[in-house]
Design a protein around this ligand. Structure first.
Ligand code: PGA
Length: 239
């Protein structure tokens, strides 16, 4: 794993945008695995700026999001569908046909998971997967568990994850208890992985990801087995 140290969040976002831009320039219709959360917001902003100033064209990319809360509609302000349009896709006037996000309102969630895996397969897999990392070591919503789950699945969110994400909701009761997440299989099959970490509350997870034995109790440790991982981390998260 290559670790790039960023002096601050803005630098981290710019460095990440450079790597994504390189990918898009070499393959304009590449498949980007996209993450939500606080960490990639600066990256999306920087990418949109490059796109809107004619320095990069994002018009042919395909996006595959990692996850979505179960029970939130696309219009819900805290759904990841809403997040992606608000923070990225609207800014680049994306073609909705190139946007893929699990449907957390699907009547049959198991079928939705199968559909999502089929979409990933039909696009030929992910070229560059952007990841954040949870304080508990999760990637996407692959939470600490007894085993690594390969395929897209419904997951019960850990209390620690719900508490972390409660900052966005009015109160803890509103935080969804489950989500759909792509599995470890699709993440590990991505040709390249770019993991971003910012802030002191990620330092333990980052350290464990790099140095612990590989275990589903710290899902990010599986990335030790991937041959092309770049980590961009700021000073605070590197400790
Ligand atoms: P964050 O979330 O970017 O909001 O810190 C990352 C994650 O939980 O994967």
């Amino acid at each position: 794993m290559e670790i790039l140290r960023a002096t601050d969040y803005q630098v981290l976002s710019n460095m990440a945008a450079e790597i994504v831009a390189r990918e898009v320039n070499s393959k304009p219709d590449c498949v980007l695995g996209l993450a939500t959360g606080s960490t990639p917001i600066g990256l999306y902003k920087q990418l949109a700026q490059l796109h809107n100033t004619g320095k990069l064209s994002l018009s042919r990319i395909y996006g595959i999001n990692l996850d979505e809360y179960v029970g939130l509609s696309a219009e819900h302000k805290l759904s990841y569908q809403h997040y992606m349009w608000y923070n990225f896709y609207n800014l680049i006037k994306a073609d909705a046909r190139h946007v893929n996000i699990p449907n957390g309102l699907a009547e049959d969630l198991k079928k939705e998971c199968e559909r999502y895996d089929a979409v990933i397969k039909s696009l030929g897999g992910i070229d560059l997967q952007i990841l954040g990392i949870g304080a508990n070591g999760h990637i996407g919503f692959n939470e600490p568990a007894e085993v690594f789950i390969k395929n897209t699945h419904v997951v019960q969110l850990h209390e620690s994850t719900r508490k972390m994400n409660a900052r966005f909701f009015d109160n803890m009761n509103q935080v969804p208890t489950s989500a759909i997440t792509i599995g470890i299989g699709a993440i590990m099959r991505a040709k390249k992985i770019l993991l971003l970490a910012s802030g002191h509350d990620k330092s333990t997870a980052l350290h464990k990801m790099l140095h612990s034995d590989i275990t589903p109790q710290i899902p990010a440790t599986i990335l030790q087995l991937h041959s092309n991982v770049t980590i961009i981390a700021d000073e605070e998260s590197l400790g």
